[in-house]
Design a protein around this ligand. Structure first.
Ligand SMILES: [Zn+2]
Length: 457
């Protein structure tokens, strides 16, 4: 029986592996396998670099140990790992017939050696592997916390294939007092800095996740956010890559449905958003409506405004095709003017805020790329996932829905929204805004207030 001192010694070596993983940009988890008082193998987390979802530290270490011993059974061995193992790794350990598993930090989200469940405690599954948790838990957990801590990204270099709108462009925005938050290591967009607003308590009853479309940014939600903060809720509003305060790839070809969808999924995961009401409009919905099916337990509600699910099953509306043609013919269109067209009450400063992200042509790749990216045919990129989402909303959606429709929208107006309503399980009669256009959020205060009442538990 190994002493506590020996356990700490071996865990220290597993921590070394975890640090090496962090240096490679992987989630820092490390493992070692010990037999007869000797370390015979080590492994560290490598799923990103090796494009291998199974490349967890424990699996890497088990494989290495089995090669050393020339045997797939690792009897007499102890595996030390810095984080409580997941279901996959625990399964592999049970197959390996380890004598003992020792882990460092508990993992309340995916650990199955006692946290989420205890696979090792099932006599039908496990005859021999003993488990000890909490060895050097503090440094093992701290390494993970440091890794995930929002980094001081303001000073981060801009990726060579991207541009960053200077902060000065955002210096005088009316009604947008919120501090910027940044993340620059989401795997699907590694090295690109994504901006988001994150206000209100993290343990609030409701987290409003606000997704904008083209050519807007989180500024679009400035009239709704204060209502939700006054209600004591949390608000998270990201800027899609290419928009707002997020980095802007130089090439149009960077932009595709899957990358944007993935980056949003990763952001939700990184911020571990819970009790979410998803707030969508335009591309915020085309992308955003495909998110909840990936993690339905995070979502309690949907606030949906002028948008659609582009499944490729029906032809795109003539209104949309006209918009797409117009964008192509006017690549330098004035974004602020476009907002003024549907919202004549906007001040000059507010209109300028919509132009702020795009100081010159080089920054405008997303504006060019998004209109042709709307899935048009059954086989278009994003169409299949949108059809999956449609069946999710029809059959599986368990949350509450609130729909608000700007009736002056020539592209995604009432007709399109009535179709969407019929495709969302339990979607009640929408709130109709006869004077609102496409950018419904510009009249968002009343919507936000009605939504607070609607989603009150
Ligand atoms: Zn694992």
């Amino acid at each position: 029986m190994a002493s506590a001192k020996q356990d700490a010694h071996w865990m220290g070596l597993a921590l070394e592996q975890a640090r090496l993983a962090a240096a490679d940009g992987e989630v820092p988890v490390g493992a070692v396998v010990v037999k007869d008082g000797q370390m015979i193998a080590s492994g560290r987390n490598a799923p990103i670099g090796s494009h291998d979802p199974t490349a967890h530290a424990e699996v890497m270490a088990l494989r290495a140990a089995a090669r050393v011993l020339g045997n797939y059974r690792l009897e007499g061995c102890t595996l030390y790992v810095t984080l409580e193992p997941c279901a996959m790794c625990s399964g592999a350990m049970l197959h390996a017939r380890l004598d003992r598993v020792v882990f460092g930090a508990a993992d309340p989200r995916t650990g199955v050696a006692g946290s989420v469940l205890n696979l090792f405690g099932h006599p039908q599954l496990n005859h021999q592997t003993r488990v000890t948790g909490g060895v050097l838990a503090e440094p093992c957990g701290q390494l993970l916390k440091d890794f995930f801590k929002p980094k001081r990204t303001n000073m981060d270099p801009v990726r060579e294939d991207a541009l960053r709108t200077p902060d000065a462009a955002f210096a005088h925005l009316p009604d947008y007092p919120w501090a910027p938050h940044y993340v620059n290591d989401l795997p699907s967009i590694h090295g690109l800095r994504m901006h988001y607003i994150d206000e209100g308590p993290h343990d609030a009853d409701v987290t409003w996740l606000c997704l904008h479309g083209n050519p807007a940014w989180s500024y679009l939600y400035r009239k709704m956010i204060p209502v939700w903060l006054e209600a004591g809720h949390r608000v998270v509003a990201p800027d899609l890559i290419g928009f707002g305060k997020s980095d802007k790839p130089k090439k149009d070809s960077f932009h595709n449905f899957e990358t944007h969808r993935q980056s949003l999924l990763e952001l939700v995961d990184r911020l571990d958003l819970q009790r979410v009401v998803l707030v969508v409009q335009d591309w915020g919905g085309i992308l955003g409506l495909t998110l909840p099916m990936a993690a339905p337990e995070r979502y309690q509600g949907l606030l949906v405004m002028n948008t659609t699910l582009a499944t490729g099953e029906a032809p795109l509306s003539s209104g949309f095709l006209a918009w797409r043609d117009w964008c192509e013919s006017q690549p330098q269109f004035d974004v602020g003017k476009l907002f003024l067209r549907g919202n004549p009450d906007l001040s000059a400063l507010e209109a300028a805020a919509y132009n702020a992200p795009f100081p010159d042509k080089g920054y405008r790749a997303a504006l060019r790329a998004f209109p042709p990216m709307v899935p048009e045919l059954l086989q278009s990129d994003g169409a299949a996932i949108s059809r999956q989402a449609q069946s999710f909303w029809r059959q599986d959606w368990q949350g509450k829905t609130f729909m608000a429709v700007g009736q002056q929208d020539p592209v995604l107006g009432e007709a399109v929204m009535r179709t969407l309503q019929s495709n969302i399980r339990g979607c009640p009669e929408p709130m109709l805004l006869p004077k609102a256009g496409h950018f419904v959020q510009e009249q968002g205060r009343a919507i936000a207030e009605a939504a607070v009442r609607h989603f009150r538990p």
